[in-house]
Design a binder for this molecule. Structure first.
Ligand code: IMP
Ligand code: MG
Length: 191
């Protein structure tokens, strides 16, 4: 029998910024707000921004007590580091047109604002009936482009965070909380 050594990712965490219970409580509240705001509107299409938004979409979708459909859009703006390359690219587009649809973008975090500014402009050009944005996290101090975000889960300080869908070098997405990594984890990075 082989004894493969698997690293425990919890050991890489410096501190937890938002624990699982706080995340879930806030997501229930956002879901209630969205349910109330879209009252009387039969159509709601939630567009998840991949990859980071997948866990938030999953919990938000389950918490929404109203009919809705989902679609996915793959967006890339980061390399393997912790700073945006600045260039936003669609790497996977929607499976359907959104003309005349009521669209809600579901994103993990708004940082510089480049990704959501790009998405808002790109999707508006497809003539939806309405377009709103829901971002779990917001780093207001890092904003470069002013983007109106209708639903925000938590404002957080300027720290690189992982967990609950957010990654560093594609890892840590599966953590159930939002956490800050130990400085040693970034040590090999050259900016
Ligand atoms: P923006 O375009 O600068 O607003 O960056 C948004 C994207 O960068 C998000 O969709 C995330 O994928 C990524 N990002 C920004 N800050 C963090 C972070 O602290 N941890 C992990 N990913 C982040
Ligand atoms: Mg993202």
């Amino acid at each position: 029998m082989s004894h493969e050594i698997v690293r425990d990712l919890n050991e890489d965490i410096d501190h937890v910024l938002i624990d699982e219970t706080s995340l879930q409580t806030r997501i229930q509240a956002i879901a209630e707000e969205i349910t109330a705001d879209y009252d009387g509107i039969p159509d709601l299409l939630m567009i998840c921004v991949l990859k980071g938004g997948y866990m938030f979409l999953s919990d938000l979708s389950r918490a929404l007590k109203r009919p809705h459909t989902i679609d996915f859009m793959g967006i890339s703006s980061y390399g393997s580091g912790t700073k945006s390359s600045g260039a936003v690219q669609i790497i996977m587009d929607l499976k359907q047109p959104i003309t005349g649809r009521h669209v809600l973008i579901v994103e993990d975090i708004i940082d510089s604002g480049r990704t959501l500014d790009y998405m808002r402009r790109n999707l508006l050009a497809r003539s939806p009936a309405s377009l709103r944005i829901c971002s779990l996290l917001n780093k207001p101090s890092r904003r470069e482009i002013d983007v109106h975000v209708e639903y925000i889960g938590f404002d957080i300080p300027d720290e690189f965070v992982v967990g609950y869908g957010l990654d560093f070098d594609e890892l840590y997405r599966n953590l159930p909380c939002i956490a800050v990594l130990k400085p040693a984890i970034f040590a090999h990075l050259i900016h």
